[in-house]
Design a binder for this molecule. Sequence first.
Ligand SMILES: *Cc1c(COP(=O)(O)O)cnc(C)c1O
Length: 375
Amino acid sequence: MKKDGAAKSTSSDGSSSYKVKKSRWYDWKWQLKNRITTVEEISKYVALTQEEKQGLDLKERLVFGVTPYFLSLIDPFSPNCPIRKQCVPTASEGVATEFDYEDPCAEEKDCPVPGLVHRYPDRVLLLATDECASYCRHCTRKRLAGSSKHVLTAKMMDKIVKYLSDNPKIRDVVVSGGDPLTLAEDKLEMILSSLKKIRSVQVIRIGTRVPIFLPMRIDEALVSMLKKYHPVWMSIHINHPREVTPDVEKALNMLADSGIVLGSQTVLLKGINDKPEIMKELFIRAMKNRVRPYYIYQCDPARGTAHFRTSVKTGVEIIENLRGFISGYAVPTYVIDAPGGGGKIPVSPNYVVEHKGKKWTLKNYRNNRYEYIEP
Ligand SMILES: *Cc1c(COP(=O)(O)O)cnc(C)c1O
């Protein structure tokens, strides 16, 4: 972006500021290849603060990388920009508290074979790659993301397939990472087709932020490949209404038209989306684009993310301000993924005021009291 303020527009076609042809801008491989990864490059587009310069200078931190597309949504003059805060590191990333963990959800201890996390009775998480289109500063899987440590080989996939075949109770496989949609089509298809061949696997889910970071990746070739593996569900990591650009809407509608069931996952982030009005707008926009809000996550205590974490009360209050005020379909479940490996635990407002024998005293969304008597 030039410093003429053009970047302030929420238009997602940043091709002119980048002085590239539209056809290039909309080429997802060009976007990935031309990710902004250094202080020098980002300084050309964003007026960096001291805090951000220090963050970029940190020796040991999660990889910095952002697609030109996502960068074009940043306000180059406001360090409080919610898009900017999610992808430009700050000095706070170097601060670890005593409650921070390398592996906050203790996934490593639930890996029966490399690349697979088996925690729940009927479903597993498959880590397909450690690469993402852009890197979220609040990443829960910092220990892996962007490290090039986790490349899923054909041999590893064979072991995963064997484990799943030996454990027919597993009927639902969440393919995540990293971001599986950054993989080449043939590699992704190798994963999906291997899963599809396992008789007990009924549902494939893809966890991704590509429709937000790299919406041009969602093209005809991809959706026609994905729909061969139905039922396919997709959980899209989306945090702020400003992320829903016309390009993103187009991508979401292509995915929905191809029959993929879309859900959203949102991380509650201090100073980014920790206000009921922001969440409300986000979920209304999601629903309008056939994305069903699924989870709001309390930010996991990954090392160097304390500055993003809100109180738990903030999350509960957000739910209280959504429930009853907007469609029930637009209200996700607020969860804490328990440190130590307990899995996702819902934390909800309490609508039961009192329960005595057959009498339940309840409060509604407007805080009025009602009684329900059981037969
Ligand atoms: C989140 C998660 C799942 C999927 O959980 P759902 O609540 O069904 O979406 C499965 N395995 C692991 C390890 C997870 O963290």
